[in-house]
Every structure is written in C-alpha cells, then in structure tokens.
Design a protein around this ligand. Structure first.
Ligand code: SF4
Ligand code: SF4
Ligand code: FES
Length: 249
C-alpha cells in the first residue's frame, strides 16, 4: 500500500514586484502536522512534487502557538494562522497564499505595517511619559477588566482586515482591529484622556463610517475579539461626538 502523503500548493513570489507563481509539493504524512511544519519539510528537502529543485519558502512566524500574530496567510482561501492550521483538518491539496490586501515582501511574507500606522492615528496607547513613577494605576471594575482583557488579546495578525470587504485602497478604511483598540484604550481609566482625539481620528474618510457591518471580521478573528460590538460601541461614541461638535460650533 502506498504511503499516505500530504499534497499542498504554495503561491510564491521572489520579490515585491515580480510575478507570482505556484509550486506544488507532496510530503509523507505524519500525525500532528501543521502548515508551518509543511514549510519546514520544504526547507529540509527543497524539491517540488515533480522533482524540480527550488528554494525554502519565506514566511513569518515566531510563537508557534497563535499568540504573536505573525504567521497569518490564506489557507484554502481563508485568512488564518499557519501555526494553528492542522493538516488533518484541511482539505487537500492545501492551497497556501500570501494575504491579498497587503504588499508581498517575498513568498508568504507580507508588509502589514498599515495596521501599525492606523494604530498610531488612533493613539492606541496609554499616555505616560515615563520620567517618574506614577504609583499604582486607577482601579478598574472587574466587568471592565473582563471586556478589556478580551480586546487586549489582539495580536495584530490582520485576518480581520484581509477578510473585510471594506478594507481596500478606495475606502482607506482603518479596519476592525484599529477600532477595537481605540475602544480598549478609551475604556482605560488613564487612556481615556485621549478619547476625544481617538474618536476624531475615526470620523470622516477611512473612519468608522466605512464599515458596512458585513461581520466577516468577527468570524475571521482567531482570538474571537468582539469586533462588531466594538464597532457599534465606538460608532455610537463617534456619533455622539459629531452631534456635540455640531452644537459647539
Ligand atoms: S463589520 Fe464588515 S465592513 Fe465592518 S469591519 Fe467587519 S468585515 Fe469590515
Ligand atoms: S482583531 Fe483579531 S483578526 Fe484583527 S488583528 Fe486583532 S487578533 Fe487579528
Ligand atoms: S507563529 Fe505566532 S501566531 Fe503563528
């Protein structure tokens, strides 16, 4: 009886501007393989399915336990983390592609710095200057802590943005992760000092109004962050601010 194998295809690209191409691989099956281990097998023996010599696959990864957010890619068409995608649960041939909405650096590695730029626009941090000890922080209600903890698990993987129909060049939409982080820091007893600035950054073009509430983001988020709840909460705050600003004029 022939050995059980794993069949997979990888969309590769040598440089940010070169044409992408597909390579097909077949390796011996082992129990417990995940998608990252497929890349490791290719690195050990860089031969395509038809025996052509190739190069190891370029990809980002770090924690290998769905915490760092670096190994996000399209696996069988779905935005997800390669380290938690188990071969046993995937239909074959497994198709593996880089995210489609972010510039490719090489192979499966993409440039997701747009998220960090968006986080900067909403000042997604607690402002402290670090020059002297502030002592203990203000107390937070356990109910608030629980909500904040959920939001703080965002690992900047960008699966929500890749899956969002509104996240594209024509809208310039900041995406669900940025809105959820604005909510997190607006909830913080010290962080909320910047609430008005965060809401102002989410008004207008590319802001929260671009969201069409398709809810793809919440389904795609590997950390199950309540993205649609965050969008509706922050949307309500933005609306209140718009009305108040109007009457302040
Ligand atoms: S609800 Fe829909 S449009 Fe809004 S951020 Fe999520 S996926 Fe995008
Ligand atoms: S909200 Fe979820 S899907 Fe979006 S970047 Fe954070 S962890 Fe990833
Ligand atoms: S390697 Fe860290 S999330 Fe996959």
């Amino acid at each position: 009886m022939a050995n059980k194998t794993v069949l997979f295809k990888i969309k590769r690209q040598t440089t940010p501007t070169s044409e992408p191409f597909w390579e097909e691989f077949e390796i011996d099956y082992r129990a417990g393989l995940n998608v990252i281990s497929l890349f490791m097998e290719v690195a050990l023996k860089p031969l395509t399915r038809d025996g052509k010599a190739t190069t190891p696959v370029n990809y980002d990864s770090n924690c290998l336990e769905e915490v760092c957010g670096s190994c996000a890619m399209l696996i069988n068409g779905r935005a997800r983390m390669a380290c938690s995608a188990l071969v046993d649960n995937l239909e074959q041939p497994i198709t593996i592609e880089p995210f489609s909405k972010f510039p490719v650096v090489r192979d499966l590695q993409v440039d997701r710095s747009v998220l960090f730029e968006n986080l900067k626009t909403v000042k997604a941090w607690v402002p402290v200057d670090g020059t002297y000890s502030l002592g203990d922080g203000p107390r937070q209600l356990p109910q608030v802590q629980e909500q904040a903890y959920q939001l703080s698990q965002c690992m900047s993987c960008c699966c929500c943005m890749e899956s969002c129909p509104q996240f594209n060049e024509s809208t310039g939409f900041v995406g669900a992760a940025t809105i959820a982080q604005a909510r997190l820091f607006n909830m913080h007893p010290t962080g909320k000092v910047l609430k008005e600035e965060r809401l102002a950054a989410l008004m207008g073009d590319g802001g929260i109004q671009e969201c069409g509430y398709a809810q793809n983001c919440v389904e795609a988020c590997p950390k199950e962050i309540p993205l649609t709840k965050s969008i509706s909460d922050v949307g309500g705050d933005v609306m209140k601010k718009a009305v108040l600003d109007f009457f302040r004029l």
